[in-house]
Structure formats: structure tokens, C-alpha cells
Design a protein around this ligand. Structure first.
Ligand SMILES: NC(=O)c1ccc[n+]([C@@H]2O[C@H](COP(=O)([O-])OP(=O)(O)OC[C@H]3O[C@@H](n4cnc5c(N)ncnc54)[C@H](OP(=O)(O)O)[C@@H]3O)[C@@H](O)[C@H]2O)c1
Length: 327
């Protein structure tokens, strides 16, 4: 495993990391979480991602209980959480990054995780109604109080990120250091065209999500939605159109010969493709069982096999226009 700086920040993250969305509490209990986190940690993963909204706080509880059992030295790993949607439905408690919500939110997350601090605290989405300045001050205070080491954004626009950076610069506050954007073979346009300048010009890091497009890039949806997969879970019907999209499925099928030539699985190839982007600080992987973790961690061995010629063949399958990459 290699470790990459999170943008210009001093902290380093393993190039593959591990997140708990969908899985913890819903598919994985504490024992399964312990098993998967241990497999990831043993492979060199040092960053574990979570969010308040995942399973309405239960995902943080499962990760907290797993960390307690695992008993790792606190300085040997990083944990993140994210806030925006909230777990209650009243005004000021949902879809906001106001000062009250962020401060009450981090306190609740720390209690569920059983930790004194998280390493990265994210604003899970932008909030169009709270002044960015209010959010930046609250995040600064949370860091000053020692409840988070760093803060970041997730799915903010480049303009919103730059605004936060400039407010922090003007008032000598802690700046956000990283964005958490989606990035996979199907979803690459925003990363390359909109964000790349923020990464390049401001040294912003990236912790990227859904590298397998919720499992579609593993190839297991080629004959329909298989039993026991994310596509069968209650509450995830909104994923069905994506997981059964004929165009996308035919692109995945076209990747198979390349995976065979490189002697790897489709999951490993798709994860390795994410790793090749120098603006990716870490690829957050997800898994519902430990075998998937073992398989996915081997993607680091596949990345060096992705030569410019192989990458061009992959681009041809996914119909990448030259202009997309150059924008
Ligand atoms: N910031 C955000 O807004 C945001 C949004 C989403 C995710 N995230 C973060 O990113 C992490 C990863 O996202 P994701 O879970 O969507 O990642 P993903 O890699 O796109 O999908 C992971 C899912 O694919 C299936 N899978 C993984 N490896 C497999 C393998 N080798 N063989 C067969 N199936 C496999 C598993 O689901 P099944 O076995 O159940 O089919 C697994 O849970 C999350 O845990 C979270 O931390 C952040």
C-alpha cells in the first residue's frame, strides 16, 4: 500500500481506504465490521470513512464498537464523519450546515463512534441557505476545540470550495483540505473538468467515492440483479435503473477482455483505474463481506499494469471525448 498526502495537508492517507455507507448495520454487524476493517487495516488501509446519516447514526455505532474491539493505536488510523442531512426531521436539524447543527452534530457523532476526535470532518453537501462564512467559522472552532483534526467538503461546487478557502484565508481560519467527490469509470466528468483546477491551483485533496458504481463495475449485474447484492436491499430501489442500464452493462462487458489480459477481476481493474489519477488522494472502497475486501485490496497490484495504451482502450469503451479530459 502506498500513502498519498491529502492535497497539501501534512496528513497521509492510504491510496485505498474503506467506507461504511449502505453496509454497516444494514448488511454488516459489529463482527463483520471487525473482520472487514481488520482485513483492510492489515492490507495497509489507514482511513475509515463514515457519516452521521449512514443508517441514521447506526453505522457510526457499529464502527465505534468495531474500533473498540480492534484496539488499534489511535495514531495509526484516521476516521472521518460527515454532516448535512441530519437524523431528525425538524427545522434546523436537517439539510443544513448552520453552526448549531454542525456543533451538535459532531458531538453526537463522537459519542456514537466512541472517539475523542475524528480526523476529517466533512460538510456532506453544500447548504445553499447558510452563509459559507458561518460554516467555515463553525468548522474552524470544531478543529480548535480538538473535535476534528481537519475538515473537508463533499460534492460542493468548485466555486463553493474556493469561496470557503478564501474566507478561511481572509480570517486566518482552518481551511478545508479535501473534497469527497464521486469518481468512477462512469462518473468522471465533474472530477476532471470542474474540480481539477481546485486540486491543482489550491492543492485540495480528494477522497473519492463509489469507485465500483455501487457494484455495477464488478460485472455481477450482467444477468440482472443478483440475490444478496446492494440492488436487492430495501430502500435502494432508486439504484435499479442504474444497475440495469443496458448501455452501462455493455461497457462493463467490453472491459472483460482487458481484465482477462491483465489477469485481474473487473473490480480490481476499475479500482486500479481510479488509482491512476494523480489528483486522487485515496479511493474509498466499500464491501459487504470480507472476501470483497481481500479482492479489492489487490487492485494496488493492478494499477502499475495500466499503461497509457491500456488506459486509451478503456477510454474508448467509456466513450471519453478528448475535450472532457482537456477542459
Ligand atoms: N460523500 C458521499 O456523498 C458518499 C456517497 C457514497 C459513498 N461514499 C463513501 O464511499 C464509500 C464507497 O462507496 P460505495 O460503497 O458506493 O463503493 P462501491 O465500490 O461503488 O460499491 C461497493 C459495493 O459494491 C459491492 N462490491 C464491492 N466489491 C465487490 C467485489 N469485489 N465483488 C462483488 N461485489 C463487490 C458491495 O455491495 P454488495 O455486495 O451489497 O452488492 C459493496 O458494498 C462508502 O462506504 C462511503 O464511505 C461517500
Amino acid at each position: 500500500m502506498e500513502y498519498r498526502h491529502l492535497g497539501r495537508a501534512g496528513i497521509q492517507v492510504s491510496e485505498l481506504s474503506f467506507g461504511s455507507w449502505v453496509t454497516f448495520h444494514t448488511q454488516a454487524d459489529v463482527d463483520a465490521a471487525v473482520e472487514m476493517m481488520a482485513a483492510a487495516y492489515d492490507a495497509g488501509v489507514n482511513f475509515f470513512d463514515n457519516a452521521e446519516v449512514y443508517a441514521s447514526g447506526k453505522s457510526e455505532e457499529v464502527m465505534g464498537a468495531a474500533l473498540k474491539q480492534l484496539g488499534w493505536r489511535r495514531s495509526s488510523y484516521l476516521v472521518s464523519t460527515k454532516i448535512y442531512w441530519g437524523v431528525h426531521d425538524k427545522v434546523n436539524e436537517r439539510n443544513t450546515l448552520n453552526r448549531k447543527r454542525l456543533i451538535e452534530g459532531i458531538n453526537g457523532s463522537l459519542e456514537r463512534l466512541g472517539l475523542e476526535y475524528v480526523d476529517i470532518f466533512y460538510c456532506h453537501r453544500p447548504d445553499k441557505t447558510t452563509p459559507i462564512e458561518e460554516t467555515v467559522w463553525a468548522m474552524h472552532n470544531i478543529i480548535e476545540w480538538g473535535r476534528a483534526m481537519y475538515w473537508g467538503t463533499s460534492e460542493w461546487s468548485a466555486a463553493e470550495i474556493v469561496s470557503a478557502l478564501e474566507i478561511a484565508e481572509r480570517h486566518h481560519l482552518h481551511k478545508p483540505i479535501t473534497e469527497q467527490p464521486i469518481y468512477n469509470l462512469f462518473e468522471r466528468h465533474r472530477f476532471s473538468s470542474e474540480y481539477e483546477r481546485v486540486y491543482r491551483d489550491y492543492g485540495y485533496g480528494t477522497t473519492t467515492w463509489s469507485p465500483l458504481a455501487s457494484g455495477l463495475l464488478t460485472g455481477k449485474y450482467s444477468q440482472g440483479i443478483p440475490e444478496g447484492s446492494r440492488g436487492t436491499l430495501k430502500g435502494y430501489d432508486w439504484l435499479h435503473d442504474h444497475l440495469t442500464d443496458k448501455d452501462k452493462l455493455s461497457m462493463v462487458e467490453a472491459l472483460e477482455p482487458i481484465a482477462r489480459e491483465l489477469d485481474c477481476t473487473l473490480s480490481q481493474l476499475s479500482l486500479a483505474w481510479c488509482l491512476k489519477n494523480p489528483y486522487v488522494s485515496t479511493v474509498i472502497t466499500g464491501a459487504s463481506r470480507v472476501e470483497q475486501v481481500h479482492e479489492n485490496m489487490k487492485a494496488i497490484e493492478v494499477a502499475p499494469k495500466l499503461t497509457p495504451e491500456v488506459l486509451e482502450r478503456i477510454d474508448a469503451i467509456f466513450g471519453v471525448r478528448q475535450a472532457d479530459e482537456e477542459e
